[in-house]
Design a protein around this ligand. Structure first.
Ligand code: CU
Length: 328
């Protein structure tokens, strides 16, 4: 929209120009009315100024129906346009498309950690393919942060203790800024990063080459054994604990009569506070893993559970294309 403008960031995602258009519309309407109001005030100041000391105002009686209707209906119409237009853009920005690749983002004083669908990790650098929808599931390891990429018009709070999601589809290759948009401590201003948008073949090349940053984290399968989840959650169903194969993405009946969707937040809650949602037909014997497991390990377990197919179905091709990453 404004190429190479120092005022506006580049327009590099499918959502960016839609957000800009809405922004310019609301600013335009506001400026138009501000100018009209100020001009009217000035004109009336001059026109109805007191011309001699004894002058009194004329009494005004009755009303002008057309005028009253006009100044009610026109602003209502304009506000409704902003409302429905804004709602449409909001819905689009908050619903990742079904074919989005699933990335995880961790905010931490003072860095951004990213995990790719096939497990590769990086810090403050984020490589993504162009023209591919990317879904971010984000959480914080300490305080509230905010993941912001101005070029994508993307900005989402990253909170400790829960998952927030955002998505984007980059439309132009290049390197763009990542900022933390929520004051989070002394080095908040250094909590910045770069997002590199690559051609799909360059992204694949990048994926196979180079080491993964951020230290090794055990895979979900290893953790499932190391944390002894497998002693209760066995696929041969000794009836102590529900079989987890195929549970992800399904709805689960709880002992108190509610049903919940087994999504990432549900699995996370099941691990950290198992007693808050008890599965129907089971005893609350699962211990909490709070303080014994890191946010990154929880995500590994979620991914492992996500890939557990119901008995009989073909096993998921291990770490094939990143497209195999979750589609919740
Ligand atoms: Cu921050």
């Amino acid at each position: 929209m404004l190429p190479n403008s120092p005022v506006f960031p580049p327009v590099s995602s499918t959502l960016a120009s839609k957000v800009d258009l809405l922004f310019f519309f609301t600013v335009g309407v506001s400026v138009l009315f501000s100018v009209l109001i100020v001009a009217t005030i000035v004109a009336f100041l001059v026109k109805y100024r007191r011309r001699h000391a004894a002058e009194t105002g004329q009494e005004i009686k009755g009303n002008t129906l057309i005028l009253e209707l006009a100044w009610s209906i026109i602003p209502l119409g304009l506000v409704m346009i902003s409302f429905f237009w804004g709602a449409a853009v909001f819905f689009e920005s908050s619903r990742p498309p079904a074919d989005a690749w699933s990335f995880h983002v961790y905010g931490k004083q003072w860095m951004w950690k990213v995990e790719h669908p096939e497990g590769k990790r990086e810090i403050n650098e984020f490589h993504v393919p162009v023209n591919q929808a990317v879904k971010l599931t984000m959480t914080s390891e300490d305080v509230i942060h905010n993941f912001s990429v101005p070029a994508f018009r993307l900005k989402m709070d990253v909170l400790p203790g829960r998952y927030t999601t955002a998505w984007f589809k980059a439309t132009k290759t290049g390197t763009y800024h990542i900022f933390c948009d929520q004051y989070c401590g002394v080095d908040h201003s250094k909590m910045v990063g770069k997002i590199h948008v690559l051609e799909p073949q360059d992204y694949q090349k990048w994926l196979v080459g180079g080491a993964s940053a951020g230290g090794a984290v055990a895979t979900g399968g290893e953790l499932f054994v190391a944390k002894a989840c497998n002693t209760c959650h066995r696929s041969d169903s000794s009836a102590r604990a529900p079989i987890l194969d195929g549970v992800f993405g399904k709805s689960v009946s709880l002992a108190d009569g509610r049903t919940v969707l087994a999504d990432e937040s549900y699995v996370r809650e099941s691990i950290l506070s198992p007693a808050s949602k008890i599965v129907q037909g089971y005893q609350p014997i699962m211990p909490t893993f709070k303080d014994q497991i890191s946010e990154e390990e929880i995500v590994q377990l979620i991914r492992y559970i996500q890939d557990l197919k119901p008995a009989g179905a073909a096993a998921a091709p291990a770490a094939a294309a990143p497209a195999a990453g979750g589609k919740s």
